[in-house]
Design a binder for this molecule. Structure first.
Ligand SMILES: *Cc1c(COP(=O)(O)O)cnc(C)c1O
Length: 399
């Protein structure tokens, strides 16, 4: 049996005719950038995520970049985020000239720990200046703390209540990196991307809602921020050839929007299938638990996980992975090197051991196949192969 980590071809067969017709309509119109398809996607995505405004952009990375730019974050500023995430989260902070400040993750959820963020703010930062010019300063660097960028990792919402409370207390912005988590809900049932100042989504093909190329979306409930993002998306141009802001080209293209408009109809069904797969894995792997060698993902204490990834912690992970590969099972490590130890961030001066939970996660995590079209037999095969890896002697006796 073969179980790839992800196979988009089966899914494509289900909506191929519709997608091709939608693409043909765009071709017929010869209107390729920021048109009717994009506006429709912005409306339906805003409504799906419970936000008032959607701003279609060229990728999830550009959504983060645009959010930072719209909030006026730049040189001298600092943004608190997780070191255990895809590179773009911290990469965009650095690209606007600000400094990424890493706080460690929660052991159970792999998400940025609100407790550690609160501890960092209380112990390492101070308010300076007088009324009007008050700034929250990082004592070590002298930088101004401006925002928190929590990541809803693997499709599981962060503790948004805690982050919003901290943000309010210190006057910080919150940018949600919801790239992996469209449709996920927090403990209070709020959709990710609708709680902070700005939500950022990615439609990279491997995300739960994937385009046929790159695309992304910013969401917000703040009309002024929405307008600012729309202007910054086209070089800060409003009206034509008048530039009051320095923006960029972060435009969404119509072919991607047309495909996403078709696929959005299927999103909830696909999410339900992922959820069923995750349940089956957890039941199987917890029942035998491979002698405690495998830790299954913590069931969301509350809220709704959308399972962009089903990630276990595994003892002897680096032996398990090739063992699964030789049995025809695809896996991946998200993420093998925490961002505070990446070469490009050496200037931040971090050392191994500073973020123990992120470093431990990087050494233990393994993502298993969880895409919607998998069959129960395939999941069973993956779980059974993991059990065999940890109990070869027992299996042989039974055999
Ligand atoms: C995918 C992803 C991004 C970037 O999205 P792109 O569309 O690939 O640019 C940002 N953050 C996280 C957490 C992601 O998973």
């Amino acid at each position: 049996m073969k179980v790839p980590l992800l196979d988009l071809t089966q899914q494509y067969e289900r909506f191929a005719a519709e997608a091709q017709a939608a693409i043909a309509r765009v071709c017929q119109s010869q209107h390729f950038i920021l048109g009717a398809e994009g506006r429709e996607l912005e409306r339906s995505l805003a409504s799906y995520t419970g936000c008032q405004h959607g701003i279609g952009v060229s990728s999830g990375t550009d959504a983060l970049l645009l959010a930072l730019m719209a909030l006026g974050i730049g040189p001298g500023d600092e943004v608190i985020t997780s070191p255990f995430t895809f590179f773009a989260t911290a990469g965009t902070i650095a690209r606007v000239g600000a400094r990424p400040v890493f706080c460690d993750i929660d052991r159970e959820t792999f998400n940025l720990s609100p407790a550690l963020v609160a501890e960092f703010l209380a112990q390492s930062c101070e308010v300076r200046g007088s009324a009007g010019g008050r700034e929250l300063v990082n004592r070590k660097t002298g930088g101004r703390i401006k925002a928190i960028m929590p990541v809803h990792l693997y499709g599981q919402a962060c503790d948004m209540d805690a982050f919003m409370e901290i943000a309010e207390r210190y006057g910080l912005h919150v940018i949600e990196d919801a790239a992996q988590a469209i449709g996920a809900q927090d403990a209070r049932g709020r959709m990710v991307g609708s709680v902070g100042d700005i939500g950022c989504f990615s439609f990279f093909p491997t995300k739960n809602l994937g385009a046929f190329g790159d695309a992304g979306m910013c969401t917000t409930n703040d009309a002024a921020l929405a307008e600012r993002m729309r202007v910054l998306r086209v070089h800060g141009m409003e009206p034509k050839y008048h530039h009051s802001l320095i923006g960029g080209n972060f435009r969404l293209d119509e072919i991607q929007a047309a495909v996403l408009n078709v696929k959005l109809e299927f999103l909830d069904k696909w999410r339900d299938a992922r959820e069923a797969h995750a349940r089956q894995y957890t039941e199987r792997l917890q029942a035998k638990a491979a002698g405690g060698a495998v830790v299954t993902p913590a069931p969301s204490r509350a809220g709704r996980h959308v399972w962009n990834q089903y990630v276990i912690r595994a003892q002897r992970r680096d032996e398990l992975r090739p063992y699964l590969a030789s049995a025809g099972i695809g896996t991946e490590i998200y993420y093998p090197i925490p961002l505070h130890l990446q070469q490009c961030f050496a200037y931040l001066g971090h050392r191994p051991g500073e973020m123990p939970e992120s470093e431990r996660a990087a050494a233990e995590v393994l993502a298993l196949p969880v895409f919607p079209e998998l069959s129960p037999a395939q999941i069973d095969y993956v779980a059974g192969t993991i059990e065999r890896f940890y109990a070869p002697a027992v299996t042989q006796q039974i055999a």
